[in-house]
Design a binder for this molecule. Structure first.
Ligand code: CA
Length: 230
């Protein structure tokens, strides 16, 4: 056992069985469900380390589950889909999946992806305890002290700007939709309209980017939202 819990959400039982067998052989503690509604409940209760989520389910769609889960959890999600077009991949990214597998896939491929994502998450979570730095310490974020420095100089951010920066910087490269950011920032004295995110990003860029017109860290993903570039 490696103590990592994986939840498989898949209504095709044969596929779920094969995935479970391969992941268990690798030491994972695997649970599975065929229901989307049950999946959201299980993610709250079991707090899995990773979720393998089928896009096409009889009750809730994988996309809907993803959206709901992102309101309360950053658990890595691998979306499994029979759809192949680039459009669907982008749609998935906007709702916060971390990776994609297109059916049919080999179980070995799934196991490899699971390991690679968990490695990525582990290495990213480690420095979260105190300080994360980017670009040879040009930008440093001190999580516990709520301090951000640009080239060693303290920058004054509002609590909302700080939360926005940490949310994006915690998963470099991951694209966040405006709606996802709105949900993340609830409770930070925030009027929850998607477009108001743009105003906060603009302010944040002016404080941390040397050229806010050509941002180095906070990139716009056209038609989708924002991402942090490490
Ligand atoms: Ca299915």
């Amino acid at each position: 056992m490696n103590n990592k819990k994986i939840l498989i959400v898949e209504d095709e039982e044969k596929i779920a069985e094969v995935m479970t067998a391969y992941l268990e052989k690798d030491g994972f503690n695997v649970q599975s469900t065929t229901s989307g509604l049950n999946a959201v409940k299980l993610i709250k209760e079991l707090r899995p380390n990773l979720v393998v989520l089928d896009l096409m389910l009889p009750d809730l769609s994988g996309e809907e589950i993803c959206t709901q889960v992102r309101r309360f959890s950053d658990v890595p999600i691998i979306m499994v889909t029979a759809l192949t077009s680039e459009d669907n991949r982008v749609a998935g990214l906007t709702i916060g999946a971390d990776d994609y597998l297109t059916k049919p896939f080999s179980p070995r491929e799934l196991v490899a992806r699971v390991h690679s994502i968990l490695r990525r998450v582990d290495s990213k979570n480690l420095p979260l305890a105190d300080i994360i730095t980017f670009d040879s310490e040009k930008l440093s974020i001190d999580i516990t002290r709520h301090e951000v420095k640009i080239e060693g100089t303290l920058v004054s951010l509002t609590p909302l700007e700080f939360k926005l920066l940490v949310t994006l910087a915690r998963y470099p490269g991951r694209v966040y939709s405006r709606l996802e950011l709105v949900n993340k920032l609830q409770g930070y004295d925030f009027i929850g309209y998607e477009r108001t995110i743009d105003a906060h990003v603009k302010n944040l860029r002016q404080k941390i980017e040397s050229n806010s017109k050509k941002p180095r860290f906070i990139k716009t993903v056209f038609g989708v939202g924002y991402k942090f570039e490490a």
